[in-house]
Design a binder for this molecule. Sequence first.
Ligand SMILES: *[C@@H]1O[C@H](CO)[C@@H](O)[C@H](O)[C@H]1NC(C)=O
Length: 304
Amino acid sequence: MAYSLRALKLVVAAAALAASARAALGACSKDIALRITNVYENSDVKFHYDYCENIKDGRGFTAGIAGFCTGTADAWEVIQEYHKLTGGKDAFSPMDRALAKLAKSGSASTSSIKSYCKVWSKLGLTDPRFRRAQDTIRDRLYFVPSQKTADKLGLQLHVSRSFLYDTGIQHGTGDDRDGLDALIARTNKAFTAPAAGNSSSTLAINGKKVDEVVWLKKFIKVRQDDLKNPREAYNRAGNAWAHTVYRIKSYAYIVSKQQYMFSKTVHILDNDGARMDVNCGGVASFPSRRRRRLDGRPLRRLHQ
Ligand SMILES: *[C@@H]1O[C@H](CO)[C@@H](O)[C@H](O)[C@H]1NC(C)=O
């Protein structure tokens, strides 16, 4: 009896593992998800590890692959991660005290870290350890939390899991009224009855069977509404979010073409609405248009 119960538990655990393995983004589909967001934020499928600039958005210097900011503490996390890889003595060390202080106070000031961008850009180009530190913090702060939320919802399709990552990067994974969790709660509220559909995945939302693509389409609408009308005042500055609705149109396009699972190539719309391909590994056909400024900068809050 005890034995068979144990065996049953093992079977159940194995089935759960198989289900999560099927749902999670793999190396290639994750790479595509990251690059799609990179197109929206940097107009490029290549990751700009060396990017560094004061874009005067009240968050100090903005730098690297996820727009890490000296005034929101995520840049300081990257540098601490880099210190771990270098043993703590590297080109950033002389700035540590100033950086910790700016991160703690959320200050937009850059006067105490004048050589910051020079150091960041150089290391972004030359030191693989610094690039690894950026990857680690992007995953820790944005990718992993978004995928945990996707697991909780039982999302099986790459397109929805990828959209959750893109939402987490722009809206944050914290607990404010424009954050990823708030948008999901707003979406789920809409489902008071079963909602059938044609995708291969059915979710349990409020105890009702809801087709995953039907759910995703609703979530896309909820996020679009939030971008046009953010609930938090600090996300309304300059109406910047409203100018980023191109990322919503792009994901709506991916869904409309039924690109539910990502393999080698995903067709998206670029920030000017033109069709482009995003390939695993980044080889892409990208029309050489002007580089778009980083408008609608996400508020990158640490959730703690
Ligand atoms: C599912 O497919 C049928 C037949 O093509 C269509 O009529 C229906 O609108 C689809 N349902 C959804 C939710 O897309």
